[in-house]
Write a new protein. Structure first.
Length: 128
């Protein structure tokens, strides 16, 4: 789900050439399909527009080369301001969905391990 539909955010411009998955044009096409003719003002379609206070504890990972960096930081700040417990990791030299390359990127493997640790801790599941 897109976090916002504000295509002028700083990271969309400053990281467009660094993030191989985040072209502005491509994301605008995805947004068009996602909205299906509905207004982008509808809070359930854009988390930055919704009331966040009832959200559970959350874990956000974002790459510092990702076009969604600014949105991710804003979302974490808004959630914290609403009283939500937020754990945020910004990964150096990583881009959007870098996790898909876990078979060859040690950082992606480590990020996935962190996700597992968060889930186990949140759900109170003991490690084997």
């Amino acid at each position: 789900m897109p976090i916002s539909f504000i295509w002028t955010v700083k990271s969309y411009r400053s990281r467009a050439e660094l993030d191989p998955t985040g072209s502005l044009e491509g994301n605008q096409r995805i947004l068009h399909d996602y909205l299906g003719g509905r207004s982008e003002e509808i809070p359930l379609l854009s988390p930055l527009r919704m009331d966040l206070k009832l959200l559970p504890r959350m874990f956000i990972q974002v790459g510092d080369q990702e076009v969604l960096l600014s949105d991710s930081l804003r979302f974490a700040d808004r959630a914290r301001a609403a009283g939500v417990s937020v754990e945020l990791e910004v990964w150096d030299n990583m881009w959007s969905v870098f996790h898909f390359l876990a078979y060859m990127l040690p950082e992606a493997q480590q990020a996935i391990t962190h996700i597992g640790q968060f889930v186990r801790t949140t759900l109170k599941i003991e490690s084997e």
